[in-house]
Each structure stands twice: as C-alpha cells, then as structure tokens.
Design a protein around this ligand. Structure first.
Ligand code: HEM
Length: 424
C-alpha cells in the first residue's frame, strides 16, 4: 500500500489498516532528515510543542542507550508534558531518570528475574488451564474477554496481592487509562470538533480511574505495612530508598504502572498471537510440529511483528547529533518501536511473520537501556504457557473474522477478536 497522507499526529492515522500505517513508516525511514510533527495525537490535554519521530532501529537503540541525553523526565509515556494534576498519578519509574529510577526499580526487580519467575510457572499453568477449561465449557466467542484479558490480569494482581473480586474493576480502570483515545472507554470521540465540556468529562474519567487505583494501593499498602506478606505491595510499602519509605503518591503511581503495564500489553500480544497463527497457517504448522523447540522464537516474533507498545518518548537534555541531524536541548522525540521492528536494514523481509528467524533483535520490549521492560520475562512466560495450553487442548482454535481494534496511537490493541474451535 501507498503511504498515508495523514500525519502521525492524526488519530485517524492510527485507525488505518496496519499495512498502510507501516508503509508510512517505511517512507519515513527512507527520509534523510527526521520528520517533525507539530500537532500531538493526544486527546483532552493541551498540545505541547510537537515531536520528532525516531523511526530507524539504530536511532531508537541509540536514544534508549543514552538516558543522560535522552531523558525520561518529565515524561516517557505521554507526548505533552504532564500537567501537575496528572503527574501526581503517573510519576513512576517509567517517567524517572537514574539515580532515582534505578533505586525505585530495584524494589521490585527481583520478583521479575527468571529464577523467581520459575517459581510461579506452575501457578501460571494452573490459571491458563482453568481459563481454557472455561473456554471449552462456554464455547467459541470473543477471545479477548474469554482468554487474553484474563491470564495477565490474574497474574499481576496476584503478584501485587490484589484480591480476586477486584480483577474486573482493575481491567475497567486500566482500559480507561490506556485506552483513553478510544470513545468506547471515555465516551468521547476525540477530535477538533470535540467540545471542551466533553473533553473535560473524559479527562475526569481518566483521572478518576487513576485515583481509584491509587486508593486501592493505599488501602492494600496500609494492610501490608501492618502484616507484610511477601507480595509486591509489601515490598513497595516496606522499601527503604535513601533512608525513606515511598510516599503514598509514589506507592500509588508504581502500583498503577504495574497493573497497567502488567495486563494491557500481554493481553494485546496474546490476541495478536491467535490472529497471526490464523493468518499464517504455515507458521502455525512450524510451531505445532515442534512446540517446545519453536515457542521461544515464536514469542519474540509475535512481539516484533505486532509491537503492542507503539512508542515511548524521550526528552533531549542537551544538543545532540544523530544520523546527520542536530537535536536541540528541550526537543521531544518519540521512539517508534513498530517502525524500528520493521527496519529493513536489520530484519530480512521485515513484513513477513517468521517464527524461525535466526536473529531477532526487536525492540518490542524497549531498546537496550535502563528502562528495558521490567516484565519482559514474565510476559514471555505467560504467552508461552497460554499458547501451549491452547494449542495442546484446542489445536484448531482460530480467529473467526476481523478484530475490533483499539483506537490508539500508543497501544496496538484489540478490543474484541472472535474465535472458533471444534472442541478438545
Ligand atoms: C516498560 C513493552 C509486558 C512492566 C516497557 C517498555 C516497553 C514495554 C516498550 C518501555 C521501555 C523503554 O522505555 O525503554 C511491553 C510489552 C509487553 C510488556 C510489549 C508484553 C508483551 C509487561 C509486563 C509487566 C511490564 C507483564 C509486568 C509488570 C513494565 C514496567 C516498565 C515497562 C514496570 C517500566 C520499566 C522502567 O521504566 O524501568 N514495557 N511490556 N511489562 N514494562 Fe513492559
């Protein structure tokens, strides 16, 4: 397909068919100078001063590798700078630089090491088996709500000690926070014609969802302070950083980050996996012929090809030359992981879904650097266990029609994906 005429800053751009979107990024990669976008595709918040799009694998990697020049403060997750009232909800490690970032990350990082995660393998397997049992009992339907949503939210909530009766609420809140540009979650269609009242209402909804998670964190935190249980919330409230505990606000922001990042992204990858193994039956045959031998490569290729998190932002702390362009102190750059993951100078046939790639240095979990996805090993494990369970029990499970895509320039998500199977 031909590149789109729409700028990356138009929300309509993100609703285009993925092939058309990726053709635009291919054209941007071929440009000599980086493209600058003065408008910002973020609804409800005043536009900032625009951004440069980093679209090549080498540039995304360089920016990730040099956090002293490419800072995550004041924000890495949103394009405009956070207004103060938003910052108090979202100012966690993803939006911090070292040394504070490293100290905060260390509070929980042990729980995400392969060794610690190996201990949770049986638990994840039991949960996946139960989810597939229920799918078999209830029959074909929406794969996202019946399968993909469930495992990641159960696992991260369990790690944090969030009781089961809260899980559905956590999903609703994180949908509003991450799906904030989709009218289904905020009730408002973003765009120039959106009224200020409607925008204000949507913003309130987002803040209310964030505040609800902060309150849950505070409540659980008070309980764990009295009776630590060894879960992540206990680690967060008892942590000592430079001789001090985290403030209630820091606790809430970190807790919110973990529940958002821990469920929305892996759900997306699982949904893409079913669609990809439906659209590419040859790849499904390769996987099923030697599941244990192929699954590692398959998970990396699912994350490369679908790139659940589309971008992160960095902020220039000083003038810096990269690839023939001088970025100025104060410039904002967006690291487009989807584009780096299709860079033809790094990947052979980048538009082909191929689980047998010898080399797959994708940046779907972020580039090399201190912010590399904390949950990458957990996500890999969840995807592996769930696909093993699904394909063993329901070898002919497939997507049955087109997904209902999330309208977002940040998450490449599916809201619904019909699936079918003939039974175990
Ligand atoms: C950071 C992707 C699953 C927790 C990130 C980043 C990306 C990413 C792109 C930003 C890296 C950067 O700024 O350089 C993904 C994808 C996932 C996934 C594609 C699933 C397929 C998870 C899970 C958790 C998690 C299951 C569990 C808690 C985090 C955290 C950060 C992060 C806490 C911030 C790390 C930091 O700033 O130090 N992830 N993620 N992610 N992710 Fe994930």
């Amino acid at each position: 397909p031909a590149p789109s005429e729409l700028p990356l800053s138009a929300l309509e751009f993100w609703a285009l068919p993925v092939e058309e979107r990726e053709a635009t990024f291919a054209a941007l990669r071929a440009r000599e100078h980086p493209a600058f976008f003065s408008e910002i595709p973020v609804p409800f918040v005043r536009p900032g001063k625009g951004f440069y799009a980093l679209v090549r694998h080498a540039d995304v990697s360089e920016a990730s590798r040099h956090p002293d020049v490419f800072s995550s403060e004041p924000s890495a997750t949103s394009i405009p700078d956070f207004p103060a009232y938003m910052e108090r909800f979202f100012g966690s490690l993803i939006n911090l630089d070292d040394p504070r970032h490293a100290k905060i990350r260390r509070i929980v990082s042990r729980a995400f090491t392969p060794k610690m995660l190996a201990k949770t393998e049986d638990d994840i397997r039991r949960r996946a088996a139960r989810i597939v049992d229920e799918l078999v009992e209830t029959g074909p339907g929406d794969f996202v709500s019946k399968v993909a949503v469930r495992l990641p939210v159960e696992v991260i909530c369990d790690m944090l000690g969030i009781p089961e009766h809260y899980h559905a609420r956590v999903v609703r809140r994180t949908n509003v926070i991450l799906g904030n540009s989709d009218p289904e979650y905020t009730g408002v269609t973003p765009g120039a014609e959106m009224s200020r009242v409607a925008a204000g209402r949507a913003l309130l909804k987002i803040m209310w969802a964030a505040r609800d998670l902060h309150r849950l964190a505070a409540r659980l935190g008070r309980e764990r302070m009295k009776n630590p249980t060894g879960d992540l919330t206990s680690a967060l409230v008892t942590a000592n950083v430079d001789g001090e505990h985290l403030t209630t606000r820091e606790l809430g922001s970190f807790f919110l980050l973990l529940v958002v990042a821990g469920n929305e992204t892996t759900r997306t990858a699982l949904s893409h996996a079913l669609k990809l193994f439906t659209d590419f039956p040859d790849q499904r045959a390769v996987l099923l012929e030697d599941f244990e031998g192929r699954i590692g490569g398959a998970v990396e290729e699912i994350v490369r090809y679908s790139t659940p998190v589309i971008f992160m932002r960095r902020n220039l702390t000083r003038d810096h030359e990269m690839n023939g362009h001088t970025y100025k102190a104060g410039d904002k750059v967006l690291l487009f992981y989807n584009s780096a993951n299709r860079d033809e100078t790094v990947f052979d046939h980048p538009d082909v879904f191929d689980i047998t790639r010898d080399s797959n240095p994708h940046v779907g979990f972020g580039g090399p650097g201190p912010h590399f996805c904390l949950g990458a090993n957990l996500a890999r494990r969840e995807i592996t266990v769930m696909l093993r369970e699904l394909f063993t029990r329901l070898p002919d499970i497939r997507a049955d029609g087109e997904p209902d895509r999330l309208l977002s320039g940040f998450i490449n998500g599916y809201k619904r994906l019909p699936c079918t199977f003939t039974g175990p």
